[in-house]
Ligand binder design. Structure first.
Ligand SMILES: [Zn+2]
Length: 489
């Protein structure tokens, strides 16, 4: 296995720094200034920190964040311009960046179902030059633990090194896999569970010869004195976990109440799906809440990642997010807004035009209550000889004018039933684009219509259907009580 180490690193005579040979006595060996609060170079191997971390000292490397460990692993194992590594995507972006910096090819293998490792696909991507496979568990940004048996199988069948980034492992209901097998390097950090991202202290835990090689090539004093002192102190205390896990439960529950898809999380963040994710992220940021847009990553269309903060931070996030999730009233036109004659069911002239009583007031109330108004109407044969565009617009424009209320969207299917189009209600084709880009509160949104097809349309969208009797229902203030938009408000 040691032959995995690059030849030049094997042959390297490492720099022997002063504090390696002596740290006591009259220290006149390192051209330090005898005065000054931080005048001495720190312990090059952060021995006290390693002791405090509770891993056998020969098995742990301390780095300037685990990002340093990632970079060193490339330099220990990968010949630039020749070797390659595999990342299991979507995952933490730094593996690929580090590969690029080191001029090492990076092959991306997508995770499988439930963001778990597809072991066969991963191994199939291995070439004789593949030196490292990066796996992150719990994975960032998907949040899930990877299955231990898959990682062990990779370790067993892959002849290189599996780098398992366990930055978030303390939040998971699972033990670290560090030192479980000889070709596994576990990466850990003080940045997450220990609440010390500002220190930049990370660890690599592995079999001795790997740690030796990393120490051999690292910068002489990679972890500064302040960080070493603080790390030691922090490690004598408690991790910052419990409150985060409690809050995580609460935030997940709320996001689900908003009708959003939330992915299972074993970490201190949540990945969730929302239509128009990038717009949502921007709007949140404009309102002072910053979360991460991950929608550009493979498999993560429409996904955002939010870290779990304090209770009040999370409240603020949820509050701002809720404002962006629209309550939508999908409103049928004929028989609900306009009187629909029961002879040819077509409002194609001003003689047939009549706004039903109570409609104005009802629409106003919906607007005031924060509803988006979306008209969704089948107009059989609009634009054909039987129903000219002119006749349609005559009525439609007059109605818009008379209502004096702006619809946020107006969707009209112009086809006949027999054309079997995708837009005619109860199919959702008309609203598809709108639904794709608009985060909707599915609990509070509804369709109001006078036909069975409207109720099926509601079902197909995933909102409530409010059945109106034709020409009778739209909120008529004097009407007898029954379910209708007024009841919804
Ligand atoms: Zn259509």
């Amino acid at each position: 296995m040691k032959n995995l180490i690059r030849k030049n690193v094997q042959a390297l005579k490492p720099y022997i720094c002063a504090r390696q040979t002596a740290s006591e006595g009259v220290l006149l060996d390192a051209n330090e200034n005898p005065r000054g609060k931080y005048n001495r170079y720190p312990d090059p191997y952060a021995t006290e920190v390693r002791k405090a971390y509770g891993v056998p000292i020969p098995n742990v490397f301390v780095g300037n964040g685990s990002d340093e460990a990632i970079d060193l692993l490339f330099r220990v194992f990968c010949e630039p311009g020749e070797d390659e590594v595999i990342t299991l995507d979507p995952t933490y972006g730094m593996y690929k960046v580090s590969a690029d910096i080191n001029n090492v090819a990076c092959k991306s293998v997508l995770l499988g179902e439930d963001f778990q490792i597809d072991v066969e696909k991963t191994l199939a991507a291995v070439s004789p030059n593949t030196k490292l496979i990066f796996a992150c568990s719990p994975n960032n940004p998907t949040g899930n633990l990877l299955k231990e048996k898959d990682i062990l199988e990779l370790c067993e069948r892959f002849e290189g090194i599996v780098v398992l980034d366990e930055a978030y492992i303390e939040f998971a209901d699972s033990d670290s896999m560090a030192l479980k097998t000889g070709n596994l390097v576990a990466l850990r950090t003080l940045s997450k569970a220990w609440g010390a991202a500002g220190l930049r202290v990370g660890f690599a835990i592995a079999t001795e010869w790997i740690i030796e090689a990393m120490n051999k090539i690292k910068p002489p004093y990679n972890v500064n004195q302040l960080s070493q002192d603080a790390a030691k102190e922090i490690l004598s205390g408690e991790m910052q976990i419990k409150a985060i896990l409690d809050e995580k439960k609460r935030v997940i529950a709320r996001l689900k109440e908003f009708g959003l898809k939330v992915f299972p999380s074993d970490a201190n963040f949540i990945l969730f799906k929302i239509p128009g994710a990038s717009q949502v992220q921007k709007a949140l940021q404009e309102n002072g809440v910053v979360i991460r847009d991950r929608s550009g990553m493979p498999m993560l269309a429409d996904c955002l990642r939010v870290s779990i903060g304090t209770q009040s931070q999370n409240d603020r996030f949820l509050e701002e997010l809720e404002k962006l999730i629209k309550k939508v009233a999908f409103i049928d036109r004929d028989g609900v807004i306009l009187f629909e004659n029961q002879i040819d069911f077509q409002v194609d002239s001003l003689e047939k035009y009549q706004i039903l009583p109570g409609v104005n007031e009802g629409l106003k109330k919906l607007k005031e209550a924060g509803y988006m108004l979306v008209m969704v109407s089948n107009q059989d044969g609009r634009g054909t000889d039987s129903f000219s565009e002119e006749d349609f617009l005559l009525v439609q424009n007059r109605m818009i004018e008379d209502l004096g209320i702006e619809f946020d969207e107006i969707f009209v299917c112009p086809h006949f039933a027999e054309e079997n189009c995708d837009c005619r209600k109860p199919k959702t084709g008309m609203a598809e684009e709108f639904l794709k880009k608009t985060p909707i509160n599915y609990d509070k949104s509804f369709v109001i219509g006078d036909r069975e097809s409207d109720m099926e349309f509601a079902q197909n969208i995933g909102v409530r259907g409010v059945k109106a009797e034709t020409n009778d229902i739209f909120p008529n203030p004097s009407a007898r009580k029954r379910s209708g938009p007024r009841a919804i408000l």
